[in-house]
Ligand binder design. Structure first.
Ligand SMILES: [Ca+2]
Length: 322
């Protein structure tokens, strides 16, 4: 339920019509057969109409939530050793995942060459304890795990989008286009999103002007008037991840069939039973030479407990305002 009259009637919060966009429902071609395997098969999908945030949730908005609720994010708490068999308990500290740019070319097959688990990194300290969000109130909040996003959604009276809702909105009304703005990545040389230009991960040419996150709304909106659906930060959806789109939904999932949640576990780490959700849109770290996921069809798995410097969110409301 959207409590848009009472709870949102604080001076700093504008009306839903200003902050959200109504997306008329429809049928569309979801996924892609032209890129990474996990995006296929492209298939017809339908969504009902919904409201969606015009921008990703910002630090300023998240701060309001924290002040009102005293919520402590997952990155600020000590993980439970029972959830992480094989981990040395001393290593289980409040921490989050931060991109650290190497100063020379590295082996791109090993992501530990740029990902660092930094104790003290959290939404207020995006690059670690010495950093802060000063001057970044309009940047998307990052270092939020799925439970943090759910808590925020409950507080503000909105919901996480499904992958189909998110992708439909990101496509901006364009049928089967590669990007949220058309088929050309940089039409007339114009950067349309905050991504990575140069040799990832050591050389950032900054053609789009941003090394890390950008304030929301710095790049052109898509056809629905939504900003930053592509690039800047990945965005959480409520769907459990599977390696492919289901070819067709069947009704015969017997007792032995794996649930969607079980299906989402990472097969590479069988001991760690942390389910994974779909994240969408790509981030400031997506580069042509490494991760061409700055497209509406692109998708990635994110463990629900895992926060990072390049993952944020935006929310929807599944009802038409009276
Ligand atoms: Ca950039």
């Amino acid at each position: 339920m959207l409590h848009h009259s009472a709870e949102l009637a604080k001076p700093a919060v504008r009306s839903i019509e200003e902050d959200m966009v109504w997306i008329p429902g429809g049928t569309f071609l979801m996924g892609s057969d032209r890129h990474y395997q996990e995006e296929s098969p492209s298939h017809s999908a339908a969504v009902d109409g919904f409201w969606i945030d015009r921008y990703a949730v910002t630090n300023e908005q998240f701060e309001r939530f924290i002040s009102a609720t005293n919520h402590v994010t997952a990155a600020e708490r000590t993980p439970n050793p029972e959830d992480y068999p094989g981990f040395v308990p001393e290593l289980l500290k409040p921490a989050s995942i931060v991109f650290s740019k190497p100063d020379h070319p590295v082996d791109r097959r090993n992501h530990y060459n740029w990902w660092t688990y930094i104790p003290g990194a959290d939404w207020r300290h995006p690059e670690g304890p010495e950093s802060s969000i000063e001057g970044r109130s309009q940047h998307p909040v990052v270092h939020v795990a799925y439970e943090d996003v759910e808590a925020y959604a409950k507080w503000i009276g909105k919901e996480l989008p499904t992958e189909a809702e998110w992708e439909f909105a990101a496509r901006g009304g364009l049928e089967h286009a590669e990007y949220a703005w058309g088929d050309e990545f940089t039409p007339s040389g114009k950067q349309m999103a905050n991504t990575w230009q140069g040799e990832f991960p050591w050389q950032n040419l900054l053609a789009d002007g941003y090394e890390r996150t950008a304030p929301v709304g710095q790049f052109p909106a898509n056809g629905y008037g939504l900003f930053d659906m592509i690039g800047n930060v990945w965005e959480w959806t409520c769907d459990w991840y599977s390696a492919h789109h289901p070819a067709a939904k069947t009704c015969c999932g017997g007792a032995s069939a794996k649930t969607d949640l079980e299906q989402s576990y990472d097969p590479r780490t069988p001991d760690i039973r942390i389910p994974r959700k779909v994240i969408k849109g790509g981030s400031f770290l997506c580069a042509p030479v490494y991760c061409r996921r700055y497209r509406p069809a692109a998708r990635m798995a994110q463990p629900v407990d895992t926060s990072a410097c390049h993952v944020g969110f935006r929310l929807i409301v599944r009802q038409q305002l009276a």
